[in-house]
Design a protein around this ligand. Structure first.
Ligand SMILES: [Zn+2]
Length: 246
């Protein structure tokens, strides 16, 4: 259970609208921005801002106060390759009658950018970065979003961190967007081999269990995030290292 504390200084900066949005953020299964351990007990909201960019994150009470930290002009949210911890949920999901291989990435440490000034919308830091990289805002799951060039998912079957299946998602600069385990449900590999790509969704999806293989729950969570304007997506090429070289 998380008891969120927001100092008067942070309240004044975010304003009523910003506070209402920040209060909607689920901190379930998320981690402290300072020590990377799971958030529980009293949690403080921290805001970094340079006037144009405002960045909201969460820390344990013992890891830091709820405060506004003034940043320099060159302050900008870090790119995903800079090391956001992520979970990856694989599913085969119906899109307008086609069963498509889907990957859902969720950031473990919740951090948000406030768009359009301090009273604007809170957007997931990683999702907002991806919109600048060719990913599209997803409003419904009828069709796969367009493919984004030069992004690639490399499946390392049986070669994950603990001998399970692993996945490496690389951006066009070779940055590691994701590296870690992936638990593939039945039929996922068949569909991925058939299409040669998977749909990668990223956003405020809300605590999926990557091992549950619950396609209905995944679909429901994605629809909710899409309707809230909190989901971005793209098709990315996927393959095994052998296929990638061929
Ligand atoms: Zn901490």
């Amino acid at each position: 259970m998380v008891d969120l504390q927001i100092s008067p200084q942070v309240r004044a900066l975010l304003g009523p609208e910003g506070l209402a949005r920040a209060a909607e953020v689920s901190l379930t299964a998320s981690r402290c921005a300072t020590c990377s351990r799971p958030l529980d007990g009293t949690v403080n909201m921290v805001v970094r801002t340079n006037g144009s960019f405002t960045h909201v994150s969460y820390v344990h009470a013992g890891c830091g106060p709820s405060e506004v930290i003034e940043m320099g002009d060159d302050f900008a949210p870090a790119a995903p390759a800079d090391g956001y911890d992520m979970t990856m949920t694989a599913a085969v999901l119906d899109h307008g009658g086609a069963d498509l291989p889907v990957l859902v990435a969720e950031t473990v440490g919740k951090a948000y950018v406030v768009n359009d000034g301090p009273t604007g919308e809170l957007t997931n830091v990683v999702a907002s970065h991806l919109l600048g990289c060719g990913f599209h805002l997803v409003s419904r799951l009828r069709q796969a979003p367009p493919q984004v060039a030069e992004w690639v998912g490399v499946l390392l079957l049986g070669h994950g961190p603990a001998g399970e299946d692993g996945l490496l998602v690389l951006d066009p600069e070779g940055g590691q967007f994701y590296t870690g385990a992936v638990d593939l449900p039945d039929g996922w590999l068949t569909q991925a081999a058939r299409y040669g790509w998977a749909v990668l969704y990223v956003g405020n999806v809300g605590g999926l269990d990557p091992r549950a293989h619950d396609a209905k729950a995944t679909s429901r969570a994605l629809r909710t995030a899409a309707q809230a304007g909190q989901l971005v997506g793209a098709r990315i090429a996927v393959g095994t290292p052998g296929a990638a070289q061929a």
